[in-house]
Write a protein that binds this ligand. Structure first.
Ligand SMILES: NC(=O)c1ccc[n+]([C@@H]2O[C@H](COP(=O)([O-])OP(=O)(O)OC[C@H]3O[C@@H](n4cnc5c(N)ncnc54)[C@H](OP(=O)(O)O)[C@@H]3O)[C@@H](O)[C@H]2O)c1
Length: 319
């Protein structure tokens, strides 16, 4: 509904105030009067490109010693399958979108009409998934980024917003598994698992929330695990990381619900991906990556005034 939205914060969003909102500032108090078109206006006037336009950019990033290469690509196409899908006009970022569950989620969101950005560390895998997204999404974007690094995360979010518009859907999916008794694990392994699975959720969410607040809406969906609800032998590091995701998600949900932002978790059981290392095990007894994507689609298409805070997904058959 159009109307007056009053945001009282101790920090200032002056640098990135939306064009569609009139902003009034009195010291540290910021007032926005937001129009009816506020949430999705960034794409409304955008011309639809009729040609495939893939741009590669290479840039030195990080400290000179690291000399890492950041790769990115943007594509615009008229091949969208659901030009008027329920997510048309919305921008989604899926971390770890190159393969497995993240790839399935990115493809699902693109099929529903969203402009989709994906990240991961492996450029070749990202490029392959980005090619699939081009067939579905009006616009898509990919960039190599390590979600444990604050610099990569900030650049990823800022470049995505430059290319696609303000992010309205964030799926914190990137994650790794490392199993075995905690007492046998190295400090470096603890850091790797906790930073990838939990700290990244904090870093990426923190980077997208200001734009969501300005839009007056947003969905942050964190891919946790039933390991974030249970404990099991050999799960010490992984369970610690996913329990952290559960706690962070619940608290952020409370912090952000009055801004119109839904923070949710999905807790899947075993899913047949490279992560689960199922090898020759019967994949039909596990969840499929698309099952998780289906849950994400249900959450983001839920009526704005309601909120699925947590979904538990289990394979139907145990043996
Ligand atoms: N598979 C399961 O049984 C299962 C069950 C419950 C929950 N989950 C959760 O679901 C999520 C996805 O798992 P999955 O099965 O799809 O795993 P996967 O097939 O191994 O894919 C993991 C994705 O995360 C990316 N990634 C890992 N570390 C990253 C980093 N530091 N920075 C950026 N991207 C990174 C990977 O890309 P790069 O390697 O190129 O960086 C890849 O795209 C994880 O959070 C996992 O904990 C999985």
């Amino acid at each position: 509904m159009p109307g007056i939205k009053l945001i009282l914060k101790l920090w200032d969003y002056r640098k990135s105030a939306r064009k569609s909102a009139r902003r009034y500032s009195t010291g540290t108090y910021v007032f926005y009067i937001v129009g009816a078109s506020r949430a999705r206006s960034h794409l409304d006037g955008a011309p639809r490109s009729l040609r495939l336009n893939v741009k590669m950019s290479f840039a030195r990033k990080g400290s000179p010693e690291e000399r890492r290469i950041v790769m990115a690509g943007i594509s615009k196409t008229n091949k969208t399958t659901e030009a008027n899908g329920p997510l048309t006009g919305r921008v989604a970022l899926v971390t770890g979108g190159s393969r497995g569950i993240g790839r399935a989620i990115a493809i699902k969101l693109a099929g529903l009409g969203a402009a989709v950005a994906i990240c991961g560390r492996d450029a070749e895998k990202l490029r392959a998934t980005a090619n699939e997204l081009q067939a579905l999404a009006e616009k898509s974007f990919w960039q190599t980024a390590d979600v444990t690094r604050v610099g990569d995360v900030e650049k990823l979010v800022s470049d995505t917003e430059k290319q696609l518009g303000p992010i309205g859907i964030l799926v914190n999916n990137a994650g790794i598994g490392l199993f075995g008794p905690a007492q046998e694990k190295k400090e470096e392994e603890w850091d790797r698992v906790l930073n990838t699975n939990a700290k990244s959720v904090f870093l990426v969410s923190r980077a997208v929330v200001p734009a969501m607040i300005r839009q007056g809406q947003g969905d942050i969906i964190n891919i946790s695990s039933l390991a974030g609800r249970n404990t099991f032998a050999g799960g010490g590091l992984y369970c610690a990381s996913k329990w952290a995701v559960q706690g962070l998600s619940g608290c952020m949900a409370e912090d952000l619900r009055d801004y119109g932002i839904r923070v949710s978790v999905i807790c899947p059981g075993s899913v047949a991906t490279e992560f689960s290392g199922r090898g020759t095990k019967d994949a039909s007894k596990a969840l499929q990556a698309d099952d998780v994507a289906h849950a994400v689609a249900a959450m983001v298409t839920q009526r704005a005034g309601s909120f699925m805070s947590e979904i538990h997904l289990r394979p139907l058959r145990k043996s």
